[in-house]
Design a protein around this ligand. Sequence first.
Ligand SMILES: C[S@@+](CC[C@H](N)C(=O)[O-])C[C@H]1O[C@@H](n2cnc3c(N)ncnc32)[C@H](O)[C@@H]1O
Length: 201
Amino acid sequence: MTGDHYFTAEPATAAHPREVGFSVAGRDYALASSGGVFSATRLDPGTAVLLRKAELPSADATGPLLDLGCGFGPITCVLASSAPSATVWAVDVNERARELTAANAARVGAADRVRVSAPDDVPADVTFAEIWSNPPIRIGKDELHQLLLRWLPRLAPDGAAWLVVARHLGGDSLHGWLVEQGWQVERHASQKGYRVLRVTR
Ligand SMILES: C[S@@+](CC[C@H](N)C(=O)[O-])C[C@H]1O[C@@H](n2cnc3c(N)ncnc32)[C@H](O)[C@@H]1O
């Protein structure tokens, strides 16, 4: 028993290597996962809704794209596979999540285009064509707001962020808060209790 959360920087939970399989847009993925990271045993249902309902980058997209809170890297791997020329930044506070994402980027043949980083290691001059996130709601509302206030301004002028949030975990109030902050927010889809939000300037 440990006090680990999935957003712990250095999880003490035993690694227990696992594999998570899923399909998105006709491609099959078999990714490495382990204890101590978010949704270690299956593709999170919210992430599944996001990847099914949001508009994946086109094959000619170059990015840069950001997966904010990459976990073991399912969003990163789908983005890198959908846009085979794009650079994808995969950011997480959890060191084990970063290691897994790097390994999974190699599994999908994108190790040379996926930049796995701790938040403070992303160069300040990088702006993102798209930001994708199943954000860490459980860090608390104030922390979540700080996280979004940190990263959304790094969208390129014509960029878009795709977020998925469970309605019962505050998806609609997050929508309202983003609007109050001056962002354009579209409820792009709603499925299985999850909201998929498209956020632009
Ligand atoms: C809901 S999980 C989503 C993980 C993964 N994208 C997925 O869909 O399975 C959110 C992730 O955000 C990470 N996280 C928490 N606080 C963060 C922060 N301040 N900056 C970056 N990532 C953070 C957590 O460690 C966790 O991996």
